[in-house]
Design a protein around this ligand. Structure first.
Ligand code: ADP
Ligand code: MG
Length: 345
């Protein structure tokens, strides 16, 4: 290590990962994909590939326990990992869970956390097979590692998109971000006046999008039933625009999306307006929706055309075309990504 000091904020999360990746040599021929996709891909002796992915959640950075119940946190930590397996078009099988606990946490609190973890294992049909438990000097630390599998011919990397293919996204976007605004507001209200009951009735859908997101394994299974293999796929954890840039970078392609095709729920839209936020910016830059963004060949369009929860938001272009969005007014403007930045850049 040299004496030079560079602030992490200068590089940002993705720049830092690029640096780690540049210095990590792949030694084993069975490592088909190391750092850089939603999950690592490892070849076995048979035609099933192994998928591995890991995510860490820190109190005060990723969650605030003043409005996140521990069982929801447990559920979400598993769902976020399942989502990375879904993004490879794979099926999750087992998880390892590591927890760091400060002495603020009781046995009952840990039980509540694991109630959520176990509920997620039940709904995604996976097994909790181990982990590690340690004390922590700074609140709750939670890390989940997931193992999944995918058929060799079905694996969907970020790198497979090519010109003229169709860009699709599942579900609706921006809800988790706007749900977070509601929870933050209620926290402020509570801090100024603890007698006030939280007013969440009108915001149930978006609060649930924030507190209890689901990984879209249903979409993975439906694509399999319809015999559609996405040419590229990524999950929307950092915001649509940021994920589009990842797809473009890894696929060496450009993309054009259409504002009027972006899926947004009415409650997300109305609440964004209430918070004086631009609904489309929330759709493009809101994190934690855990929907799937993928590309399909034109030939597969007819198979998905009538699917109620898959939206065709744009098309893949050449790399030189870059990434752009066509506004409702018909203007084409370059796409901007903010993403979720934990390093305050
Ligand atoms: P996602 O949002 O899909 O979880 P990330 O942006 O966190 O993906 O990570 C992108 C890639 O970088 C993944 O392949 C991940 O495994 C890898 N990665 C992230 N952090 C590290 C690290 N500290 N060391 C090695 N690889 C990392
Ligand atoms: Mg991912």
């Amino acid at each position: 290590m040299s004496d030079k000091r560079t602030e992490i904020a200068e590089l940002g999360e993705f720049g830092l990962i690029d640096k780690i990746q540049a210095n990590a040599r792949v030694r084993s021929a069975t490592t088909l994909k190391a750092i850089g996709d939603d999950a690592a891909v490892i070849k076995n002796d048979n035609s099933r590939l192994t998928l591995l992915s890991s995510d860490m959640l820190l109190e005060g950075v990723h969650f605030d326990l003043s409005y996140v119940p521990l069982h929801h946190l447990g559920y979400k930590s598993v769902a976020a990992n399942v989502s990375d397996i879904a993004a490879m078009n794979g099926v999750p099988k087992q998880i390892l869970v590591n927890v760091g606990l400060s002495n603020r946490f009781s046995v009952e609190a840990v039980e509540a956390l694991y109630q959520g973890i176990n509920a997620a294992c039940e709904s995604y049909n996976i097994d909790l097979v181990g982990g590690d438990t340690t004390s922590s000097a700074s609140g709750l630390v939670l890390s989940v590692t997931i193992y999944g599998e995918v058929d060799e011919e079905k694996v969907a990397y970020r790198s497979g998109a090519s010109k003229n293919q169709i860009l699709c996204v599942s579900g609706d976007l921006g809800g988790a971000l706007i749900g977070l605004q509601v929870l933050e507001r209620e926290k402020e209200v509570f801090l100024t006046n603890p007698e006030m009951e939280p007013q969440l009735d009108d915001y149930q859908y978006i609060v649930q999008r924030q507190l209890k997101p689901e990984a879209r394994m249903d979409i993975v299974h439906e694509l399999a039933e319809l015999q559609v293999v996405p040419t590229a796929m990524i999950d929307v954890s950092d915001g649509l625009a940021s994920e589009i840039f990842h797809l473009c970078k890894h696929s060496e392609a450009g993309v054009r999306i259409y504002e009027d095709k972006l899926p947004i729920d009415k409650q997300t839209y109305d609440t964004a307006v209430e918070f004086k936020l631009d609904p489309i910016t929330s759709v493009l830059n809101g994190g934690e929706d855990y929907e799937l963004l993928f590309t399909i060949s034109q030939d597969d369009f007819a198979k998905l055309e009538k699917h109620p929860d898959i939206h065709f938001i744009g098309e893949v272009l050449s790399k030189d075309d870059g990434a752009s969005i066509v506004t409702k007014g018909g203007n084409s403007v370059p796409l901007q990504a903010q993403g979720w930045k934990h390093f305050n850049v």
